[in-house]
Design a protein around this ligand. Structure first.
Ligand code: DOR
Length: 430
């Protein structure tokens, strides 16, 4: 039966559409977008008063399978994605085994086909076991369909390895996603270096750890003419470097996570291990710079760095706690509340950063509402106010410093390839 989304405000950044329209879906695809499409013999979603957007795409997610299924699985992670309005996620390779071979790429893709509630793209590692010493099977992984390479969670420190990696990325025309952390400087640190590390006496991670690698990788991208994507930008210095590189025409893009454009290191205490993340939550000056980067296009997209952890990894001494914040189910509400309602970004720009641009960066034909395209669609209720309750997450990871925050704007429906996968709090089983 055909599915009709009726009466919503359709916002499609690619075609600059922003008006009340109906969308008709048949099988997997959008077949018409227009005014007053008849409801007869069709299943209807009444989207009156809501916004209809291209399905959100998060290119930075840790699904933890294989190897860390006690933290998350492809099934729970993609349910979490669907509940957050994400129809496509790209998973990072710090699994066990590491995603460094064709076999593991295929395993994830097959599992996602069986149980996935969102599309799953796979990011292969740059180096074997993320050790930074030897290149992964990038060629074979590319044959199996990886969309990018990254050692996220770590930075390969050897420049000669990075040169080889950039050349591989160029050969396959895929981005190299850089986790920018000079391990010589960040060593044993758990928190932003500055007022927070002085106050808590917890060892800090300086802004320079990010700056030095952003600088190195921009130079390599520029020299080797390769697509570089900077993950989770957290510092003013990194924003400035990326801005300068873009002005020079370097093929660099970047992302920011909600915790880096909302929170400051004032919230970090010995007990608040849910606020322990890498890169760390920084100062107000850094937050302001990241917001400015989002506003002026230096930072292209919002990505969650969804990093679910089990309680045993978080309910320990701050220095021993795992880095990471669960992000998929709060990303839209937090971004809408803190960026759009505070007049830092227009809504159409937020949707572009959650859908159209990530699709372009990762090179997929998604993030657009148009007849003939696959019907990956997110419907949001901008008037819905609620309190974040991590117990209600579909993710196994409850590790969010935003628990208990009041936010506005909630995903109401997520439609994946023409099928409703999430409807007002519920995952829909087909
Ligand atoms: O906080 C983080 N957690 N940052 C990363 O880069 C990796 C991630 C994880 O895998 O838990």
């Amino acid at each position: 039966m055909e599915l009709l989304i009726k009466g919503g405000r359709v916002i499609d950044p690619k075609s600059e559409t922003n008006e009340n329209l109906d969308i008709l879906i048949k099988d997997n695809n959008i077949i018409a977008i227009g005014k007053d499409i008849s409801v007869e013999n069709r299943k209807v979603i009444d989207a009156t008063g809501m916004v209809v957007a291209p399905g959100f795409i998060d290119i930075h997610v840790h699904l933890r399978e294989p190897g860390f299924e006690h933290k998350e699985t492809i099934e729970t992670g993609t349910k979490s994605a669907a509940a957050g309005g994400f129809t496509t996620v790209a998973c990072m390779p710090n699994t066990n085994p590491t995603i460094h071979s064709k076999k593991t790429v295929e395993l994830i893709k097959n599992r996602a086909k069986e149980v996935g509630k969102s599309n799953v793209l796979v990011i292969g590692s740059i180096t074997k076991d993320l050790h930074g010493m030897e290149l992964s099977e990038i060629e074979n992984m590319h044959e199996a369909g990886i969309v990018a390479i990254s050692d996220d969670g770590k930075t390969p420190m050897k420049e000669e390895i990075m040169i080889q990696a950039f050349k591989k990325a160029r050969k396959f025309n895929i981005p190299l996603i850089s986790h920018c952390e000079d391990h010589n400087l960040s060593k044993d640190g758990s928190i932003n270096e500055g007022k927070a590390s002085e106050r808590t006496k917890i060892k800090g991670i300086p802004a320079a750890a990010e700056y030095l690698i952003v600088k190195r990788d921009i130079e390599l991208s520029e020299k080797l003419k390769t697509k570089l994507h900077i993950a989770h930008v957290s510092t003013k210095e990194a924003v400035e470097l990326i801005r300068g590189a873009k002005h020079r025409g370097v093929d660099v893009t970047s992302e920011a996570a909600p915790h880096h454009f909302i929170l400051t290191d004032d919230i970090v205490t010995h007990h608040n291990t849910y606020a322990k993340v890498n890169p760390p939550i920084r100062s107000q000056e850094d937050v302001d710079a990241v917001v400015e980067g989002l506003r002026d296009g230096t930072i292209d997209i919002i990505a969650t760095d969804h990093a679910p952890h089990d309680e045993d990894s978080k309910k320990v001494d701050f220095n021993k706690a795992a880095f990471g914040i669960t992000g998929l189910e709060t990303a839209f509400s937090l971004s809408y509340t803190h960026l759009v309602l505070k007049k830092r970004l227009p809504l159409i720009k937020l949707i572009e950063m959650l859908s159209t641009r990530p699709a372009e960066i990762i090179g997929i034909d998604k993030g657009i509402l148009k007849p003939g395209k696959e019907a990956d669609i997110t419907i949001v209720d901008l008037n819905k106010e609620y309190t974040i309750d991590s117990n209600k997450f579909y993710s196994k990871g409850k590790n969010t410093p935003f628990n208990g925050d009041k936010v506005k704007g909630k995903v109401a429906y997520t439609i994946l390839g023409g099928k409703i996968v999430y409807e007002r709090g519920n995952i829909i089983c087909s």
